[in-house]
Design a protein around this ligand. Structure first.
Ligand code: NAD
Ligand code: UDP
Length: 311
């Protein structure tokens, strides 16, 4: 029988965090959602408030927190370039001070701590697809550095707590994920294109649209989180969908699925925008028996239905 645990989720009111809280509750766990609502919204978790196993607390992870839990998932951090570049100093603080605070809490409680790291630790990669041993190529003083270097420093802290204090850690490197409850104004490509297509506005391709990404549906990713947390492996482990495509192909798929009349328009490519990104998930397949199941077209249909209702 499943043993119920007290699980803390930082960033629990965000896109991924709200799906994680929902899934943990469905598994019978007691869930404490921590969020400062910078990019997260109460609407994402409103349907959970009636569940007696769910509790939400407004708190900024850059400050210490004293609670009693068995496991911690650390997701707090703005994830879209528009949001993490809005206040870059706070972004680095959230990753670094946030990691120190959750790791300190984990050390006191002897609780397992999961870190939501990112494919951005690989920067604009020279190795393709990206495997976990690749050390990345990052501009440390560019506009993405607050996020990339913050997340890299957080990984360093996780592995030092693991070696120095014997803390149980789990580090997932998450690749582009999409689905319902993405923030409508966060500027990420899937939400931007769907909203533009539904409103009949121009679809904004940055650069010539030949840069690639690989998109994972949110339910697949959350399954990966739970498998990694339950496994014996500390990571880092890539979690993402290896189905790579150009951004132009994504735009065309969204226009087709929304039956939209929108036209493609080309805008300047943001500085340091990675030209290629695709996960090598050999390790996740082998160690966790995990791979994505949801096909891009099905995932996009769910996401389109969500945004259709929202706007
Ligand atoms: P999101 O912006 O929807 O969620 C982040 C949450 O953290 C929000 O609810 C926000 O209010 C909260 N938050 C931010 N700063 C905080 C602070 N100082 N204290 C407390 N709460 C704070 O983004 P998301 O897509 O759900 O991403 C969740 C995590 O996964 C992030 O750590 C992100 O870096 C990581 N990640 C996401 C993706 C993706 O494609 N979605 C890819 C790689 C990594
Ligand atoms: N992008 C785009 N048009 C948009 C938003 C994003 O062409 O309206 C591009 C962006 O330049 C990047 C890719 O889509 O190459 C993915 O961007 P996103 O911000 O979603 O995530 P990233 O992988 O860059 O963190």
């Amino acid at each position: 029988m499943l043993k119920s645990k007290r699980v803390m989720v930082t960033g629990g009111a965000g896109f991924l965090g709200s799906h994680l809280c929902e899934r943990l509750l469905a598994e019978g766990h007691d869930v404490l959602c921590i969020d400062n609502y910078f990019t997260g919204r109460k609407a994402n978790i409103a349907h959970l408030f009636s569940n007696p196993l769910f509790e939400a607390m407004r708190h900024d992870v850059t400050f210490p927190l004293y609670v009693e839990v068995d496991e911690i998932y650390n997701l707090a951090c703005p994830a879209s370039p528009v949001h993490y570049q809005y206040d870059p100093v706070q972004t680095t603080k959230t990753s670094v001070h946030g990691a120190i605070n959750v790791l300190g809490l984990g050390k006191r409680l002897r609780a397992k701590v999961f870190q939501a790291s990112t494919s951005e630790v690989y920067g604009d990669p020279e190795v393709h697809p990206q495997h976990e041993e690749y050390r990345g190529s990052i501009n440390p003083i560019g506009p993405r550095a607050c996020y990339d270097e913050g997340k890299r420093c957080a990984e360093t802290l996780f592995f030092d707590y693991y070696r120095q204090h014997n803390l149980q850690i789990r580090v997932a490197r998450i690749f582009n994920t999409y689905g319902p409850r993405m923030h409508p104004n966060d500027g990420r490509v899937v939400s931007n294109f769907i909203i533009q297509a539904l409103e009949g506005k121009d679809i904004t391709l940055y650069g010539d649209g030949s840069q690639t990404r690989a998109f994972c549906y949110v339910s697949d990713l959350i399954e990966g989180f739970l498998r990694l947390m339950a496994s014996e492996h500390v990571g880092p482990i890539n979690l993402g969908n290896p189905q790579e495509m150009t951004i132009r192909e994504l735009a065309e798929a969204i226009i087709r699925l929304t039956d939209s009349k929108s036209k493609l328009v080309f805008k300047p490519l943001p500085q340091d925008d990675p030209t290629r990104r695709c996960p090598d998930i050999t390790k996740a397949r082998k160690l966790l028996g995990w791979e994505p199941k949801v096909d891009l077209e099905d995932g996009l249909k769910e996401t389109i239905a969500y945004f259709r209702k929202l706007i």
